[in-house]
Design a protein around this ligand. Sequence first.
Ligand SMILES: C[S@@+](CC[C@H](N)C(=O)[O-])C[C@H]1O[C@@H](n2cnc3c(N)ncnc32)[C@H](O)[C@@H]1O
Length: 242
Amino acid sequence: MALGDLPTGEEKRVRVQDMFDRIAPRYDALNRVMSMGMDQRWRRRALDKVDVGEGDSVVDLACGTGDFCELVESRGARVVGVDFALQMLKQGQGRGLAHPAVQGDGEWLPFQTASVDVVTCGFALRNFVTLDSVLHEIARILKPGGRAALIDVDRPAWGPIRLAHSLYFDRIVPLVGGLVSDRKAYAYLPQSTAYLPPPDVLREMLSGAGFLEIDRESLFLGSAQILTGVRGPLMPDCETNS
Ligand SMILES: C[S@@+](CC[C@H](N)C(=O)[O-])C[C@H]1O[C@@H](n2cnc3c(N)ncnc32)[C@H](O)[C@@H]1O
């Protein structure tokens, strides 16, 4: 689907929030099935890449039901989850997860400038209304030298694999998601990859937001990606939004 057919601006914010509130009850189960169990492996890989461990303060942006938060805590780090969909947060609480979580938007994070060691974000980059603002906001709350690990889906580049992936992601996922959960939401899921900028643009955006040592790792034949970066020195204009 072309970007022109997808919602933008406030309409996107409202639709995405409403969609995740609706699919929250079945989100975890469907997520595991649809990623064939690989999603947790990818989260662990992301945490390894930015070396999350004992004593780190971590913000998990767009935490959903708390999968990333749980893995972060298991490494002895302190984590706060942030998500704008209240039902996703409640679903996480229902799982008995112990980490604090707040309802908030990625474009206005409720944390002081240069106050956290790591920001993680799983499968949400394509959902933000203005990705560039969110990347700047992540950079703002990170201490200089702080790390970011961002995962999202991707589309394989090589023809035959791209075709097989498209059959699964564009046909089977919406079909199964529609039967078990919400037809509109699981039709939107593959369509929303159109919001994701290509790799070189993502790198430029991270660099423009103040990140150094930017790395992009492609996962499972190009069906997902991990972006990591280290927060560079503070710029004077980052001090304002604390
Ligand atoms: C695909 S889910 C991923 C959840 C979780 N990170 C995971 O790895 O399973 C995307 C999440 O992003 C959240 N989200 C989307 N846009 C957001 C925004 N602007 N601010 C905060 N959360 C947002 C949604 O509510 C949803 O919980």
